[in-house]
Design a binder for this molecule. Sequence first.
Ligand SMILES: [Zn+2]
Length: 434
Amino acid sequence: MPIWEPQKECVSRDELQQIQLERLQATLNRVYRNVSFYRRRFKEMDFYPAEDLAELKDLERLPFTTSEDVSNSYPYEMFAVPLREVVRVHSSSGTQTNPRVVGYTRQDLNNWSNLVARILSAGGVTQDDVIQVTFGYGLLTGGLGIHYGAERVGASVLPTSVGRTERQIKIMQDFRTTVMASTPSYALVIADRMEKLQINPRTLSLKYCICAGEPWAESMRQEIEERLFVKFTDNYGVSEVMGPGVAGECLEQKGMHLQEDHFLCEIIDPRSGEVLPPQEEGELVITTLTKEAFPMIRYRTGDVCRILEEPCPCGRTFRRMSPIRERCDSVVVMKGTNIIPERIGDVLEELKGARPIYQIVAIREGHQDHLEIWVEVTEQFFSDRMREQRTLVEVMKEKIVNFIGINARIKLVETGSLERENGHVRLFVDRRLP
Ligand SMILES: [Zn+2]
């Protein structure tokens, strides 16, 4: 199978570590010079990059960077170049106090396209393909990230963006789409709708499905492959670090190759912060090695996985990460949006000046993910009158959709009925995976 940059993706481990060390040195020097956040922290630790980084392991002396740090630096505090050198800005959807804003120089965009091109090639995409990108275009990184990578490969790109399923299917038929880039659940929504419209997927030209953006189970991969007659590969991105392009599966489908010449990856115990052997399950921590505008040092992704070290039959020497099945912080990832359960409480609190007892539940019905917010009925929060209750529920729904951009169902439940742990209600329950 073809490899986009064999001289880089198949480099020996020794050579790779040498490249990583040189790039890490340059990155630490850059942030020490240009980002006051890092300079202050390095000084506190008595760490001077030019003297104190002799081997990769020395990185472990430095503190982690969290999504909160990025949020607090809103909008441009952590940029390592002046704005005139920034040619693109992306931002997370703002369910935190401040969204997380990231910038790219021209060279960053160049690297980004190239890394996504590697991942698409690993998933089977070539210049002969027609790729339909159903990720959102806009401030989030998904749509444009995949788009530029696909153009780099030379494929014909259809930037259909999200939603309007029947139109997506018509385009798929008429434009002879061979590759669909989507979330796994949206691939199944397409399959369901085609069934309803009595369109036989065999009459389409689809060959590959490049998936990302939410947790999935092996049974889901199987279903997508069997119903759409495609090969499914998973890929992984982190907006704060780059977007899509961080890691992706090859056609062996045995975990996602990390792009280790651009990212240094560690696995840590999310509670103690201790570095674990990479093959143990823990939180993935990423340091960027080539980013100019927005370098990240030891960024805690919140995603739980293992790093697989066994060689891959495809010939790439980069290690692979296992699929993400859960997160270790309280962020809920749904339809590509990060939701922080506490912030939902802040929104509900605005309504009556009191914080209700609530729980966020993610469920999967058929192939659609839904967000439910279960709220305990208390005297303080709800009146006995049904009509007033209904109005309040409607107002809640509207507030939530304005805040996170996703429709939620509000369910009223009896006082004391939500499951408690040590007296506290678990703010989030994920019922999407079996
Ligand atoms: Zn491989």
